[in-house]
Ligand binder design. Sequence first.
Ligand SMILES: C[S@@+](CC[C@H](N)C(=O)[O-])C[C@H]1O[C@@H](n2cnc3c(N)ncnc32)[C@H](O)[C@@H]1O
Length: 301
Amino acid sequence: MQHKKEAYWFYRFLSIFYDDLVNPLFWTEPMREKSLTIAGLDDAEDLKIIDVGSGTGFTTEGIVKYVDPTQVTCIDQSPHQMQHARAKESLHGAKFHIGDAENLPVTTNSYDRYVSAGSIEYWPHPAQGVREAYRVVKPGGRATIIGPIEPPTFWGRFLANTWMLFPPENDYKRWYEQAGFEDIQIKYLDPGWYTGDEHFALSISGRKPVDGPMESPKIPEPKDVEEEGLLASAKTVGRVVLGSAAGGAFIPMALGAKAIAAINGTDDPREPLTNAQKSVLTGIGVAAAVGVIALLTRKRD
Ligand SMILES: C[S@@+](CC[C@H](N)C(=O)[O-])C[C@H]1O[C@@H](n2cnc3c(N)ncnc32)[C@H](O)[C@@H]1O
């Protein structure tokens, strides 16, 4: 799904149940609050902020706890995701623009803070996206990117990489350093149900030097070649289906882990199961029960 067209189609459908089912599993409120502690928002009252890959506005809702929505500009390539953000009352007054994280439709040195959560994993050239973060931030301003970390196990990596990009921590650091950021800070983020040895995601934040260059040094990136025709469309459909299946596999796994944590009392009370999650869990339970009954009945025949 690490391709703009594929991400577009993925979110065409995912945006329908993104806020109720998917987002509260992998990107929770406590994670969001922790990630923003290094975004330089404490003194942000009259600062201009850009939220890139703003989606349905979940992270924007965290940002407007610090600043008035009128100071926030949201950019996303998916109109379907954006329509949910636009409808949120807490975000009234924010500006919304369709745009590409790797080629932002805003001028150089124009924002005090840049925030992007859960979007870098869809960018075909993440280093270019980080350079764009550097370009649009004013000297002395901060850019914060939140993204998943490569899972440590073989099967975790296989599923994750079939779905989209899960960069190793060192890649995030390298992209920030190469872009020219200084004072680079990292916070690790885990949903309450997660019991893995390595962290699930991170938030990385860096400052654009006050007397540094306005833009990052150019690094040649492979050019995106937009294939056209029936075969290209078939490939896109195939990749969206395969990527969605791999991504979809994470949902029952995470839901199961969350249900077990709730039963054991080890879950985070700030991350309760949503109604949509309860419905899916009930559906899985009923399907499993029907399967077992069918199996037992067949044996008796
Ligand atoms: C997992 S969602 C995160 C949304 C939001 N930041 C949040 O906190 O819930 C990822 C978003 O990134 C957007 N996206 C993916 N690739 C993009 C690109 N190249 N430029 C802009 N937005 C992009 C998707 O459309 C989607 O809305």
